[in-house]
Design a protein around this ligand. Sequence first.
Ligand code: M6R
Length: 600
Amino acid sequence: MCGIFGFIGSDNVAGILIDGLRKLEYRGYDSAGICVKEENQLKIVKKKGKVDDLAREVKKTDINGVVGIAHTRWATHGEPNSLNAHPHFDCKGEIAIVHNGIIENYEALKEVLIDEGHIFRSDTDTEILVHLIEKFYSGNLEQAVIEALKLIDGTYGIAAISKNEDKIVVARKSSPIILGISSECKIVSSDAVAILEHTKNVIFLHDKEIAVLTKDNIKTYDLNGQAIDKKVEEIKWSIEQIEKKGYKHFMLKEIFEQPESIQNVTRGRFKEGKIKFSFELEPNDISRIIIIGCGTSWHAALIGKYILEKYVSIPVEVDYASEFRYRDIVLNGKELVIFISQSGETADTLAALREVRKYKSITTFGIVNVVGSSIAREVDMGIYLHAGPEIGVASTKAFTSQIMALFLLGLYLKSKKGNEIEKFIIEEINNIHKKIEQALNNHELVHSIALKYKNARNFLYLGRGINFPVALEGALKLKEISYIHAEGYPAAEMKHGPIALIDRNMPVVFIATQGRLFEKVLSNMEEVKARQGKIITITDYECRQLKNLSDEIILIPDTIEEISPIINIIPLQLLAYHIADEKGLNVDKPRNLAKSVTVE
Ligand code: M6R
């Protein structure tokens, strides 16, 4: 989704802004632009398309200045074109702004501003902000920004500059803003990955806070202009982690990082057979658990339901954040509500969290990857995944770590209920990375299967029990990066509708691992075979019946059923990856998608 980058230092900032935007590309965008303060004027270059296209335009100019702001836009209001791309100017071209988020009352404000004589050049909601700032500007940019923001309903992360002042003014409400601080420069970005190259020292701006960046310092205020002190924190991610390290795509690298990322979430958790966390939860005080997320994180939540109901015997509900936030949910104040998010910035998940926080007695719990993100900061307690930066839009390593985090939470609550954690479970957790490696060894086999089926127009993914969410996740991976229509279904539900789709052109991926429902899944496979569907089977047990039924078999190691999705998803991630790559698609940045969905 949209990305903000701004820089103030002593070097010409144009190239630095372009480099910053390149780091934000993975978030998804359709146009980009920069604005540089040059002596007493602002120079803007904007372009529909890729940052490379923008870079070519910038090269044709002689822009030279030490203060600048930049943006990658993911269109919400107004089509993706150069006019709607940010930065946006005021009437006289003296103030420029970049904005993430949505101004909800923009139409009413625009009417007033037009009546007052302001001239609009774009179809965006953002442009009203720069005209409001212009209206209130009398020589002090932060003052004008404060006045303008008082009139705004909606969400924003903004960075503004004026031709008259050597500063960048920044503000946020529900849209991430991180400030980088070093002796040579000050930076604003919506994402830590664009800051890392310059410094690891950052300040996380909170909602309704304003910052003023000059070359020498950063000052922070609340929306009334009262100064506030902010802590400087250190980002733990390294620059190497955001490079491809010889892999063709980030997604492939991240798939292969899973043996390591899974160890990061479990490291140091067990001591003498006991599980350790810094939070305290009392299962007897919890009436019900609700798990909330979007997309892949929602699929992890579904797996969490199986785990927690089995290990803790507390009823568990799972909801999409976007549905939960507007539902007339009945809460009794004794719930534990878990928010799962790789980015920690997903707008719907954050809004759902804020709804729940209105109930003071409810405990909110985050399972988040990005340290210091909004959700991580606003929950009462939680588990960080420590999976490292996930750059590919298709979530892979975060998913497997989310499952493990939910499993660890299940074990923690189980042990708090006075139950011992069996030795074999701890051993299995300690060895799961080796099993992921074994599953990854199917790489070439999966590639050859991808070559066979890459031209299929539809795919069906079927699984039962804990493998149903795995089927959903396999289908999501395929559709988001290969643009092939794919549906995940509980295998037994197939006969209630999707069976009508099955013929010799329909590949059906079965997740058929050992467990209570294995025999039942075999029966569902018979039903597909009888209608000439092509069966691709993921299994940990190659019995004769399964061999006869399957057109392709991918054998993976077996493990405890509750964490088996961590292994079972690996071939499905690889299958989606190879199909998309063989089709020549942009695996890491699929069309229309954003890595971090920061608008509703
Ligand atoms: O950062 P989050 O985990 O909150 O993101 C949620 C979804 O937007 C995300 O999982 C999305 O579905 C991915 N593209 C899936 O690969």
